[in-house]
Design a protein around this ligand. Structure first.
Ligand SMILES: Nc1ncnc2c1ncn2[C@@H]1O[C@H](COP(=O)(O)OP(=O)(O)OP(=O)(O)O)[C@@H](O)[C@H]1O
Ligand SMILES: [Mg+2]
Length: 230
């Protein structure tokens, strides 16, 4: 009988090596894990332990040197580059430490951008971007460019952009690292609320104990290895 509630992500023996001249850096070493649907998962561990590398592998931004990865029933380790970038654009969302907004575009245009990539009709994409910006509390800032907003506001735009395609999974690499602690707490509360409303799973890498304390599932990395997964 098939599992009634299969995990969202199953990784088996995932490894990533970087070649630096003659040296090989084993950034992720044989990590096997599963992540539940709709969960708030936090990856923590010391600097250099492989958090970002693991997050990039799970987000299909980078290919593992070896191992297999299944996300939402798709064996992503077997996909071609083109199929992988399609999968990423439709099914995954990303939030970065430095926001990574497009500086020449307004908040509204930044949120419309993933829908443009996915060929959502322009009128529909405008409506969805406006709704999404309302739900992150930026309805009054839709015409502002990133340079005309605070860090917290930029991160709200990035959250709206990450969620607007209704992805199965949002990956966030140190989303509060460039924010003061009060703003960081607001951003985390917003992500929790949106997770609750949409059922989107979040996987977040962080050094921030405030973020780690909110995990429903915890992944602890050390020297590229999984130390704990619970
Ligand atoms: N593109 C790369 N080329 C070579 N080595 C890399 C590359 N990216 C990461 N590494 C190395 O892989 C290891 C893991 O790095 P990673 O960035 O995943 O750690 P991290 O846990 O995210 O650290 P931090 O908390 O400082 O962000 C480190 O030794 C790092 O130097
Ligand atoms: Mg990192």
């Amino acid at each position: 009988m098939s599992d009634p509630d299969p995990p969202l992500i199953t990784a088996e023996h995932l490894s990533k090596e970087y070649r630096m001249g003659r040296e090989v850096v084993h950034a992720v070493r044989g990590v096997s894990l599963s992540i539940r649907r709709g969960a708030f998962t936090v990856i923590s561990g010391p600097s250099g332990s492989g958090k970002s590398t693991l997050l990039h592998l799970l987000g299909c931004l980078d290919k593992p040197t070896s191992g297999s990865l299944n996300i939402a029933g798709e064996n992503v380790s077997a996909l071609s580059d083109r199929a992988l970038s399609n999968f990423r654009a439709r099914r995954l969302g990303f939030i970065f430490q430095s926001f990574n907004l497009i500086p020449v575009l307004s908040a509204l245009e930044n949120v419309e951008y993933p829908m443009k990539i996915n060929r959502v009709p322009a009128d529909e994409s405008r409506v969805r971007a406006l709704e999404m910006l309302q739900s992150v509390g930026l309805g009054a800032h839709i015409s502002h460019r990133p340079t005309e907003m605070s860090g917290g506001q930029c991160q709200r735009v990035a959250i709206a952009r990450a969620l607007v395609m209704k992805p199965d999974l949002v990956l966030a690499d140190e989303p509060t690292a460039n924010l003061d602690s009060a703003t960081g707490e607001h951003i985390m509360a917003l992500m929790h609320e949106l997770k609750r409303q949409t059922g989107t799973a979040f996987v977040i890498s962080t050094h921030d104990p405030m973020v780690a304390s909110q995990a429903e599932q915890k992944i602890l990395m050390r020297d590229g290895c999984l130390q704990a997964n619970g």
